[in-house]
Design a protein around this ligand. Sequence first.
Ligand code: VGL
Ligand code: ZN
Length: 213
Amino acid sequence: MSFSIGGGDALLVVDLQNDFLPGGALAVAGGDEILPGANRLMEFFHRNGGRIVLTQDWHPSDHLSFASRHEGRKPFDAIEGCVGIGPVLWPDHCVQGSEGASFSPLLDTHRAHLVIRKGIHPQIDSYSTFFENDAKTPTGLAGYLREISVSRVFLCGLALDYCVFWSAMDGRKKGFEVIVMADLCRGIGHESSTAALREMTAVGVIFAHAEDF
Ligand code: VGL
Ligand code: ZN
């Protein structure tokens, strides 16, 4: 497969922040391996007139997705009946303004046109870059992309089974063509990653690899 990139294309680089990388509070195994490829892809989009959007998980220190906010609960415990939170609780991560919430120093952020910060409301999480987890509060990304005539959205980053997955699903829901860079994503869980790949395939997400560019 090969892609020619232009003004109708956007690259969404998802959550390449210290806390999701080895040594971070919610480290995704192998997360650091995708940094060079993400940088190369941003450079490629830049050279060809594509749009580049970075996302940043950006929680208040008392965010309800943190296990520390729930008496007797541990990180990765399942949580039910808490609208907009779950299906599991997380360690404290990506607290606004912290070192953990900063982009990796190895990420070339200078090519980005826009940074979307998400998960900013204390009571609700936001895995998707398009909607918060109530599935109805928009972040504004779809409007931004539409207004600049973007129709295809390419995704890379972390985590495959949460923020990349939900961004891809909502991108399809909003009518974009969605291409997930399979070798430039890493997942938190094995089973959830397998399920994510299956569900994305079912809604017409296309998978590509760095070598396709
Ligand atoms: C994410 C869990 C909690 C992600 C963010 O970026 O995939 N996962 N917050
Ligand atoms: Zn988070």
